[in-house]
Design a protein around this ligand. Sequence first.
Ligand code: SAM
Ligand code: SF4
Length: 340
Amino acid sequence: MPLDACTRKTLSDSFGREVNYLRLSVTDRCDLRCTYCMAERMTFLPKRELLSIEELEKLVGAFIDLGVRKLRLTGGEPLVRHGIMSLIEKLGHEVATGRLAELTLTTNGTQLTRFAPALASNGVRRINVSLDTLNPEKFAKVTRRGRLDQVLQGIEAARAAGLQVKINTMGLRGFNDAEIPDLVDWALERGCDLAFIEVMPMGEVEVEDRLGQYWPLGELRSMLEERFTLRDTSFCTGGPSRYCDVLGTQQRIGFITPMSHNFCASCNRVRVNCRGELFTCLGREGSCDLRPALRDSTDISEVHRAIRSALSRKPKGHDFAYAANEISGAVSRGMNHTGG
Ligand code: SAM
Ligand code: SF4
């Protein structure tokens, strides 16, 4: 039975922000090597260091007990994690009983042809698919090994299974600037919302020019306004996107602007990586290891205590910044490690 809103627990930090959203990275591995996210040659964590499927389930249960209502699975690529569907099945029960309001995932789309129907029948209603270009050569270049047709087929499989698909696109100056309006048209034709993301200085990747790649989304929006009429809306999915309606369509476009428009004041989320490290801020190095409480204790209140204690230390915000000639506040941890 759904929990009555009045009896729900809430998890808050010391700045009074309610944290009800967990992003859980189920693996640091991926079948692609996007240039802004990973190095070409990656050393992944030894498999024994990863939380087991049972530990992941226990961890999510503990967060739900404390007030988390929304869960996004991510990675690495969540759909390459061995046993992922058995985890999703179990988490689907949390949705069915009303303990979890939403179960979703962020994926590169390569495995969707195989998994979309099972996702849809296990409580997943919408997913985010990352797609930065519709040009097959550019796609192969930015992902270092991906095939665009595989991802496009995956997106169609997801839509056919009844999943709502939102496209996530990195705004990359000098890479996809010219095709942004076409990407919007493509998403409009398929009834997919689309969100643009500013690249963050995370991870030791081999991008020659991180700074040159950064494209403030205000500029991207101005370019779109030459072709579309955009109107700001208060619509919110619980994530960091600020949305606008595309007038004359049912479509929305989101802008995720960690760099040019910091949204830390309204941050409602935390991240746990596949090793059980809790990051209360994506843009800070500190973390809290939940694995000992998860592995060594049968008492779930140990896990609750560790989570609450970490939350009380959630920082006010990140320190990332791109100035004229330099990047500050960069973190060495890659997005695939923390979970995007
Ligand atoms: N593999 C899945 C995917 O690509 O959707 C999930 C993990 S990926 C790390 C999650 C998101 O992080 C993707 O949308 C990706 O574009 C984004 N991302 C990766 N590196 C980033 C960076 N340096 N700055 C901002 N976003 C980044
Ligand atoms: Fe893999 Fe996603 Fe990172 Fe690309 S952005 S390398 S698909 S984890």
